[in-house]
Every structure is written in C-alpha cells, then in structure tokens.
Design a protein around this ligand. Structure first.
Ligand SMILES: Nc1nc2c(ncn2[C@@H]2O[C@H](COP(=O)(O)OP(=O)(O)OP(=O)(O)O)[C@@H](O)[C@H]2O)c(=O)[nH]1
Ligand SMILES: [Mg+2]
Length: 236
C-alpha cells in the first residue's frame, strides 16, 4: 500500500514542525504532500527545511486559491504518482495524527473513511458554541438535502482509495470552500462507493488563525441543493 497524506496550508508555519514530527512518529509508511498558497508567514520555507529530513513533497502555488483547489491539485498529484491510499487532513493539529491508523485500518474494507466528530455524540473540544451549532446544523441540513447518510459530511479528516478519486471528474467539482467536503462525499456515495465513519476527537486550533469566512458559509448553503440537482440531472 502506497499512502500519501495531503495537507493544504495557509499561514501554518507554527504548526508544521509538530505536525510532521507526529505523523512520522507513527512509523507508518506515509509520504506527505503539502499544498501551500505562498503563505506570507513563510510556511513553505519551514516545509523545505523539513524536506531535507523527511519524505515530504511540496506544491507551492502563487497565491491563495482556496481549500478546494488545493485538494484537487493534491489529488491529481497523488494519482499521477501512483498512490493507492490518500489521506487528507488540516495542518492546524485539529486532526490528531494518532487517528491516522484507525482511518487506515478501515480503508481496506471501505472506499472512503471519514474521521467523524459526530459519530459518538459531539467530539469537538474548545469550539465556541456558535461555531459548534453552525457545524452541527450544517451537517443535519446537508444530510437531509443530499440524502447521504453520513453524520459528519463536512469533516476534513478523511481517507480515500485512489479508485474513488479516479472515478470523480475533479475538474467538475463546483465548491471552493468547505462545501468541497460535502461534494466529495456525495460524489463517492452517488457512484456507489462504501463510506465508513470512525470516531475522532476534534480539538480547535491553538496556534494560527481560522480561514473560515461568511462567503464560505453562504457557499455551502446554496451548494448543497446544487449538488442534489446535479445528481437529479445525471451530472454526477
Ligand atoms: N493551500 C491552502 N490551504 C488552505 C486555504 N484555506 C485554508 N487552508 C488550509 O486548510 C486547512 C483548514 O483550514 P482552517 O483555517 O483550519 O479551517 P477550519 O479547520 O475549518 O477552521 P479553524 O480550525 O477554525 O481554523 C488548514 O490546514 C489551512 O491552513 C487556502 O486557500 N489554500
Ligand atoms: Mg482548522
């Protein structure tokens, strides 16, 4: 099994070293691909230093192009470089690398594994109540409209079999922000792939700033019915 962890970064220089150290401490055979959008805080330079010691790759883009396009670029790179298992995670340590083994354990018998915050109650630590309510109800809304029975449709800690990414026309993904997570899950489910959730504990970032904006929230509100409409008209 050739495994890649794709990690998009924007101004995460203070989180990168700890993250890389924690992933390689697992002693699993995993490569890391960072997709950095020319972070003004010098994240890419930190990554380049770490590249001397670890199996790390970097796609350095010219400017902030958004989470969705960072992942799409990473997915294409993974497929071109023959990885068969692709993990995606945030750089801010909200996604604990110690949960990677439980994602990998399940990927053999499933096609997509989601590290789920809402599988066993609400496993979110240190989020302000309004952020938690937003995330929770966004998930209920997305589940009802899309008909995809996943408790954490918006989570960003996931594992894909390469076959799933290969089957999706990545150039036709419409989302720019976090609704990207919902769209990828729907694409997989509508194509008949098996999705499994495993519980994770999500801890709010302690270092760096959130990139969540109102634009990202509004995009998700109209994108969810749009995804369903694409399915109804056979575009997925
Ligand atoms: N390359 C790239 N990475 C991004 C962009 N926006 C966010 N990211 C990265 O995507 C991951 C998730 O972004 P976060 O800001 O942590 O978003 P979040 O997890 O929803 O929100 P918080 O945890 O509250 O900050 C982090 O690793 C970010 O650095 C972007 O435009 N380009
Ligand atoms: Mg985060």
């Amino acid at each position: 099994m050739k495994t890649l962890a794709i990690i998009p970064t924007y101004n995460e220089s203070d989180n990168i070293s700890e993250l890389v150290f924690k992933i390689f401490s697992l002693k699993l055979d995993i490569d890391i691909l960072f997709v950095d959008d020319n972070s003004p805080d010098g994240t890419a330079d930190k990554i380049r230093t770490l590249m001397k010691k670890y199996n790390i790759f970097l796609i350095n883009r010219n400017g902030k192009l958004g989470l969705s396009s960072a992942y799409i670029e990473g997915f294409k790179w993974a497929l071109n470089n023959s990885y068969d298992t692709i993990i995606q995670m945030d750089a801010d340590l909200s996604h604990n690398p110690n949960s990677i083994p439980s994602l990998l354990d399940e990927i053999n018998s499933n096609d997509v594994v989601i590290g789920s915050r809402y599988l066993t109650g609400i496993n979110v630590v240190n989020w302000p109540l309004r952020r938690l309510i937003l995330s929770y109800f966004a998930n209920v809304y997305a589940k009802i409209i899309t008909g995809v029975n996943v408790k954490d449709l918006t989570g960003g800690f996931k594992c894909f079999k390469a076959e799933v990414l290969n089957s999706i026309d990545l150039n036709m993904i419409s989302s720019e922000g976090y609704s990207f997570q919902i769209e990828m899950n729907c694409q997989a489910k509508y194509k008949g792939y098996k999705i499994k959730e495993v519980p994770i504990i999500f801890i709010d970032r302690t270092v760096g700033k959130s990139k969540m904006t109102k634009k990202i929230i509004f995009e998700a509100i109209w994108m969810v019915p749009f995804i369903r409409i694409k399915k109804i008209f056979g575009m997925i």
